[in-house]
Design a protein around this ligand. Structure first.
Ligand code: GLN
Length: 494
């Protein structure tokens, strides 16, 4: 039988990556398969199968996305206080499996109930698997960002496979088969996690204090499970009425901030400074995701109307490029970016997290300027170059790689261990707000005239992209300008 490793032994691994990372990557890959597969078919399912109008379907899509990421805060909180990362992950995974099978059983009637299981399940799963990656590293290990880079590659491989397979099944076999496949894949993910746990010593076990009697600990755990399941009817109500989503979004952010400062006040000044740096990253990431997530909204409409179908001489559906080029670029470059960070760290020239964030925004700004410039390549009918559009995605992906895996890593580097789940949850809550704002920004770019020509549409969207480019540039400059100050807050953390 394999000997259980101590935390010290796990964190003193040789080479570039700890061996447990690969298993965590596989687990997360299957989870993202389900998530992005479901995301890929969500809107078309509502429109084609449930016969919901396009506008309502889009609003509900936004609400579901926002809820999924917002629940990460709740999942992270309960992991920190009661369940620990392992049980949270396990519980989340089971809910996701149940959710997918419920929909597969009767897509027409049980869709919303199944989605609510997925919302709660992902909330317990997503932040906590990300925190577990952080547990494999000692404070100050320069290999950590590269580890999150590899994790990010796995995320995107899962996203790519899920997007392709579930859309294929939905269109060529049946809606039920797509959701059934997601349930099966999530079972594979959970079984992978069971094997992963065995290699992780005591990492992620329940954080409850040893003074609390065992019976009481179990009771708290059962209460979390029950409470989460009982909240599903309420989530159902909130998701099916998008006006309530607005209220939810107005409330959850401020409540979370109050909770953050309540916890913050308990820590010594060194931790307080680091937590403020983490909060800065979280707040800026809202802006990043609000722009980045145009891909699911305004950019897909832009691709539908205003792009030709010629990519490097091949004929291809521009929406396919819009849906998959980012994930493909991440898969190709994320791993490489991680190795570049390690290479730079060894030569002591690796940029600090705050500078990487600034770079992320500069790349984002450049990508939106490129999208703006697509107007100069347009033909008389208002169709423009798919090649230039794809190049914009490449540049945007570089921005994502400077911010998203680095942000995950920063949450664990800058927070005291008892707050990892909460901080990771807040990181994803920022994504929820990003999604939410993205919808509003996209709606603002639509040409006011319903019967606008393609040229008018092109002008209207590209004008919007220019504005986003300017704001992203300002954010990048501000981040780099305040970097000396944030570096001080980070207390030596890179
Ligand atoms: N694409 C990444 C993931 O699925 C990041 C998502 C996000 O934080 N918005 O994990």
């Amino acid at each position: 039988m394999e000997q259980v490793q101590s935390l010290e032994e796990i964190q003193n691994f040789k080479g570039t990556y700890p061996k447990q990372l690969l298993l965590l990557c596989l687990t997360e890959m299957w989870e993202r398969f389900c998530f992005y597969g479901m995301r890929g078919i969500l809107t078309i399912f509502m429109v084609e199968k449930l016969m919901i109008g396009e506008k309502t379907a889009n609003l509900q899509y936004g609400a579901i996305q926002a809820f999924i990421y917002a629940f990460a805060f709740i999942g992270g909180l309960f992991a920190d206080k009661i369940l620990g990362f392992r049980k949270s992950l396990f519980f989340g995974g089971i809910l996701m499996i149940v959710g997918n099978f419920i929909i597969a059983f009767s897509p027409d009637t049980l869709f919303y109930i199944g989605i609510c299981f997925t919302i709660v399940g992902t909330g317990f799963f997503k932040p906590n698997i990300s925190s577990m990656v952080g547990t494999l590293y000692k404070q100050g290990d320069v290999r950590q960002d590269a580890g999150f880079g590899l994790f990010y590659t796995a995320i995107n491989i899962g996203a790519l496979l899920g997007g392709v397979l579930m859309v294929y099944l939905a269109h060529n076999v049946s809606w039920a088969s797509a959701f059934f496949a997601a349930g099966i894949v999530m079972i594979i993910g959970l079984v992978t996690f069971i094997f992963t746990q065995r290699t992780m010593g005591t990492i992620g076990v329940s954080p409850q204090h040893a003074d609390v009697p065992q019976k009481k600990q179990t009771m708290y755990e059962i209460l979390v499970y029950l409470g989460s399941i009982l909240s599903i009817p309420l989530i159902l109500l909130l998701v099916s009425n998008t006006q309530y989503t607005d209220y939810f979004m107005y409330i959850i952010g401020p409540v979370t901030l109050i909770y953050f400062f309540y916890e913050w006040a308990k820590y010594p000044i060194v931790e307080k400074k680091k937590l403020l740096a983490a909060l800065t990253f979280i707040l800026f990431s809202i802006v990043f995701w609000a722009f980045f997530e145009q891909s699911g909204g305004s950019l897909s409409i832009f691709a539908l109307h205003n792009l030709n179908n010629n990519l490097l001489g091949m004929t291809i559906d521009p929406n396919m490029v819009n849906n998959s080029s980012n994930t493909i670029f991440v898969v190709v470059f994320s791993f490489l970016a991680g190795l570049i960070w390690i290479w730079m760290a060894k030569r002591k020239i690796e940029p600090n997290t705050i500078v990487k964030f600034g770079l992320g925004f500069l790349f984002l700004a450049a990508s939106f300027y490129i999208l703006f410039f697509t107007r100069t390549f347009a033909d008389a009918s208002g169709k423009t170059s798919l090649n230039v559009f794809t190049f914009a995605y490449l540049v945007m992906t570089f921005g994502e790689l400077c911010l998203s895996p680095i942000g995950l890593s920063a949450m664990t580097k800058l927070s005291p261990k008892p707050l990892w789940g909460v901080m990771m949850g807040m990181w994803f809550l920022a994504s929820a707000y990003g999604q939410y704002v993205a919808g509003l920004l996209g709606a603002g770019m639509v040409s006011p005239n319903e019967n606008a020509t393609l040229i008018e549409k092109l002008i209207s969207y590209t004008e919007g992209y220019k504005q986003l480019g300017i704001y992203a540039l300002i954010c990048g400059i501000v981040l780099i300008a305040i970097s000396p100050f944030i570096k001080k807050l980070m207390q030596g953390v890179k």
